[in-house]
Structure formats: structure tokens, C-alpha cells
Write a protein of this length. Sequence first.
Length: 421
Amino acid sequence: LKSAAIACSVCVCVCCVLPLVCCNLGLCWLRSDATSPPRRGMCAMDRGRFAQGVLCGAISAGAVVVAAEWFKRARSATPQCANGSSVRSADVAEAAPSAEKGSVDTSVPLQERPENAPESCPGVRSEAAGKASSCAGCPNQKLCASGEAKKPDPAVANVKDRLKDVKRKILVLSGKGGVGKSTVSAQLSFGFAARGMDAGLLDVDICGPSVPRMLGLVGQDVHQSSDGWSPVYVDDKLSVMSIGFMLPNQDDAIIWRGPRKNGLIKQFLTDVNWGPLDSLIIDTPPGTSDEHLSIVTYLGDSNIDGAVIVTTPQEVSLMDVRKEINFCRKVGLPIIGVVENMSGFVCPNCNCEEKIFAPSSGGAEEMCAKMNVPLLGKIPLDGRVARAGDAGVPLTQLSPDSKVAKAIDAVITKILKQTDR
């Protein structure tokens, strides 16, 4: 393309400008008269030849500009190698992962791949770390090649020591937002405490901390001592930690990138003095992003019990929950089971149940059977659950004998049965 652009410009100059210049020079030679007195100014023929020259010069310049722009666009649309040479389409097809194999190297645990590393990263613990061709251009290449990246993060050992007196460590996950994950986390915490157990609830949903509202702790502050941060207590049996306690204004937006979120999560796990607990429930944001990888990494040596995954019956939610289940399997996180929330609507007058969110693909029950994960229970949709969340009280306080309260209690029983050791 570059050669074509240059050739185009040269052709315009040779075919248009050069003939006119030669023609004008010839005419000037024929009209020259040594005896005639010199003329001042240009005659009509002179002005015509001058205008022709200007026009051809403008055409030539325009051709050069157009050719340069054409070459620039073609170059930007063509993939380039590191040495500046173009990449053939066949090379791209060979380098790109096939649809059957997937676009991510699943052989490398996600915890061993830095967040700013390429998808083809061999992993920081690999012998090829920092030396493989896929490491070229990675900002972590020198660190990996030196072997420093293979060393364990000291925070992992600190977390293990801090949580050594916590019997159960349970993550509450959801692939889709708005399925009631924080509501389930809050009511599970209330339920554990109601059974006389020492329970803690850690909110790592950094950008959307709703736990303080759901446990009736809005306006409370975190206190620091020589032993670290002290959690906020609902009562003698239930303690809570959330970034919501640290905001001067509850309506402030938290606009943080991954590294800053990661730093706060590490501080929550290493600095909060929970004391002895029977259960620590960790409420996470939706999806499979920085917060989830940070939690799984820091709890790597702490014998985490597993994850409770929350969904709703419709396929729009289930399709993301399947991704969450696969995430857990990739990072080696055990799955305690799935909770189907909003599973039908319970009429407050007749106590009948109606399927508001129709399980078009069989709901959580069929998904669990296909993916071989336990179904912990189905929690009906009930307006009293929303009122309990806004008031920050356990559902059993508003409606102890409701179907929803009994369903939550049944879920707690199954969780305890699977995590007792």
C-alpha cells in the first residue's frame, strides 16, 4: 500500500505537472525575441500558463495527501507485530484461540494470573513465568522472571492467623445482581445468631454496601484498637464489618479501581478482630471479578468451607449462575449449594403461592441436577422480607411462622449439616 501511494503521487507529478512545465518552457523559447524590449507584467497567455501550473500543483499535492491518508488508514486496520511488520490474516487465525478451546487458558488458576497480565499468562508459579513468548510486553515480566512472584503473599498467612478461631467461613455469591444476595446473607446471619451461635457478617460489596441498612446499623462507626478494627455489633451474637460504616455520607459513590478494592478487602481480612466465631458469612458483589479473586486468594490457606450461590428461577439469572459455578470450580472453591430466591409469591391473605418468575428452563432445581451441585432450598417472594430489610430486623421478628422464615431456617440447617466438622 505504501508503494502504491508513492507510485500514485509520482504518476500524477509525471503525467500532469511535467508535461505542462515542458510545454510552457517550449512556448517561452518560441516567443522569445532578443531585439524586442522587455515586457513588464504578464500577458494573457502567461497568466493562463501560470494558472495551469498552480492547478496542477494543487492536484499533485491533493493526490499526495489522499494517498498518505489512505496508507494511514490501511496501516491502522492491519495488525502489527512488535517489530513493526504486518500480521497476515492467517497468522491471526493461528494465534487466536478457537471457539471450541475457549478464549481463556483454563489450565492456569485465576489466582496465579495477575489482573494486568495477558490471557495467555503461564501463571506466576510456572517455570516459564517471565520467560515465555506470551510474557513479552507484560508489566510483570521482570518480577516473574526474577522468581519474586512465586513467593507466597504474606497476607495469606496473616489472614489464616487472624481467622484461626473462626469455625466456618462461607461466601455468598451470585452471578446476577438483584437476586437478593445481600438479603439472604443478612437473614442467614440473623438465623445463625438466633441459634445461639457467634456469627459475623463481612460485606465486601465495596461499591454497593447495603449490609448496614439490612442489619439496622446505619450511622454506626468502626473503632480501632491495638488489636485492629473492631466490628460493629448488632447484639452479643452478631458482628458486622462493611465499608458503609466508613462513609461520611451514605449517598456517596465509591468510585474505585481494582487495586484499591483489593487493598481494602485485604485490610478487612487481616485487621478486623472478629474473635472466636462459629460462622463468618462473606457477602460479595455480583459477578466474578476483582473482589472474588481477592477473597479466594487471601483465604487460600484458611480452610474456607465453600460458597452459597443465590439465584432466581428465570433463565436470565440462571445463565449467570452457571458462570459463577464454573468460576468456583476453576479457583477450587467448594460449592455448599444453591438457594433459589423469589421462588414464587406468597399471598399475605390466603398464604397461596404463585410463580411470579416463571422457571422457563426448569429453575434452580433442574440446573443443580445438571451441574451436580446441591439445592439448599427455595425462598418464596414475600413483601415482609423487604420490610425486614429496610427496618434492619430479622424476618422472624415480623413473621416467625411464615413460609419464608421456615424456608430460610431450612437452608441454615442444610448449610450447618454440610459444614459441620
